[in-house]
Design a protein around this ligand. Structure first.
Ligand code: NDP
Ligand code: GDR
Length: 379
């Protein structure tokens, strides 16, 4: 019998990679998707199966983590062997604007799912994965951070995730549920949401190179993150649910990099050298060199890259009221107990993202150079 997985947050970055991963392993995958006024299934459209097909492996259900009755019904209908709770208002900065909603979806949403398992008597059958986060560490207590490092959350998002972390531990201890927290450090990919810093950078780098935009505004350039690839990290999620005993694991690469260096690396991938100068709000990134052979090889018109051009400026609007300055994870436990090893290093991640955005942005450049104009429906 094929195993059944229910993924909340299936339309998000991790949901899409995990669905792909589980389908390849023969799982029947059910996903919880929110209703939205526009299509929100771009990342999983390639997995879609017509509802009229028999023996479907992939099924979507409308639902929301803020709606307990709907979660109970979907868990009852799907009878999952594994639930991956990936749904969340996942943007740290946005959580300062929507703190109550974030607490409801990210904190109480986790409780609602755990209660659904308990109330339906699925405790012996159903394993539960909670998407915990390195944001729990917040204000630096020690580095590298591991499963024993104390938490000090620094945003409404992280505080909501702290509740979710402990309620998962509590249900494991109180009701003997097989429930695990994956304390995942930042992980990115070509399908990362466009407002997270890495994707914002790689998109802008591609657009600047193709002459579609001239500069990029960022916030805190000195923040340091331990960035891995989402493709590697969804494997760790699955491994956590395949063990004899449920436990919590840190998943990270162990290497940290500043936002500033991520910018430099992304431009360098296209042969463009950028140097930063100035401090705080006045810091800027300027083009100091360009490798014309590399630009030609990539089909980027050299005329688009101007020496001395300011390509990065700081906009304090992107600063956070309280920041997490430094994250470096120690994934020794995951390596030893799960046998998990990331395949992508930071260079490979940057390459994957920059080239994907370059490919994607060419479409816009072609349309623009061909004279295509969108219709204005509102005139
Ligand atoms: P995304 O923001 O890409 O995806 C979040 C998903 O949650 C989307 O499918 C979104 O739907 C859905 N969602 C949001 N609110 C609700 C709600 N109220 N009810 C149902 N679904 C909802 O996040 P990622 O894929 O990057 O992250 C997955 C999980 O892992 C999140 O919980 C995140 O907090 C956590 N995490 C992520 C890390 C990372 O670096 N990526 C690191 C550590 C933890 P829609 O598409 O409609 O918006
Ligand atoms: P983070 O990711 O907050 O770590 O949360 P994000 O990419 O948003 O920020 C990383 C760092 O970059 C700094 N930064 C900017 N961030 C954004 N978004 N936009 C900017 O313009 C910008 N300029 C600088 C931020 O201040 C921060 O220090 C992500 C999410 O996926 C969470 O859901 C997850 O839990 C954590 O990673 C681990």
């Amino acid at each position: 019998m094929a195993k059944i997985a229910l993924i909340t947050g299936i339309t998000g970055q991790d949901g899409a990679y995990l669905a792909e991963f589980l389908l390849k392993r023969g799982y029947q995958v059910h996903g919880l998707k929110r209703r939205s006024s526009l299509f929100n299934t771009d990342r999983i459209d390639h997995l879609y199966q017509d509802p009229h097909e028999v023996n479907r492996q992939f099924t979507l259900h409308y639902g929301d983590l803020t709606d307990a009755t709907n979660l109970i019904r979907i868990v009852q209908e799907t009878q999952p062997d594994e639930i991956y709770n990936l749904a969340a208002q996942s943007h740290v900065k946005v959580s300062f604007d929507t703190p109550e909603y974030t607490a409801n979806a990210d904190g109480l949403g986790t409780l609602r799912l755990l209660e659904a398992i308990r109330l339906l008597g699925l405790g012996d059958k159903c394993r539960f994965y909670q998407a915990a986060t390195s944001e729990l560490y917040g204000l630096v207590q020690e580095v590298p951070q591991n499963e024993h490092t104390p938490f000090y959350p620094r945003s409404p998002y992280a505080v909501a995730k702290l509740y979710a972390y402990w309620i998962t531990v509590n249900y494991r201890e109180a009701y003997r549920l097989y429930a695990c927290n994956g304390i995942l450090f930042n992980h990115e990919s070509p399908v990362r949401g466009e407002t997270f810093v890495t994707r914002k950078i790689t998109r802008a780098v591609a657009r600047i190179a193709l002459g579609l935009q001239d500069k990029l505004f960022l916030g805190n350039l000195s923040a340091q993150r331990d960035w891995g690839h989402a493709k590697d990290y969804v494997e760790a999620m699955w491994l956590m649910l395949q063990q004899e005993i449920p436990e919590d694991f840190v998943v990270a690469t162990g290497i940290t990099t500043t936002v500033r260096d991520f910018v430099r690396m992304s431009f360098a991938e296209l042969g463009i050298a950028v140097e930063f100068s100035g401090k705080g709000e006045l810091e800027k990134g300027v083009v100091i060199d360009a490798d014309e052979a590399r630009l030609t090889e990539l089909g980027i018109p050299a005329a688009n890259i101007k020496y001395g051009q300011t390509v990065v400026k700081v906009d304090p609007a992107y600063f956070r009221p309280t920041e997490v300055d430094l994250l470096i994870g120690d994934a020794t436990k995951a390596q030893q107990k799960l046998g998990w090893q990331p395949k992508y290093d930071l260079n490979a991640l940057v390459q994957d993202m920059v080239h994907s955005d370059l490919h994607f942005m060419r479409k816009e450049a072609y349309l623009k150079s061909g004279g295509f104009q969108s219709l204005n429906y509102f005139e």
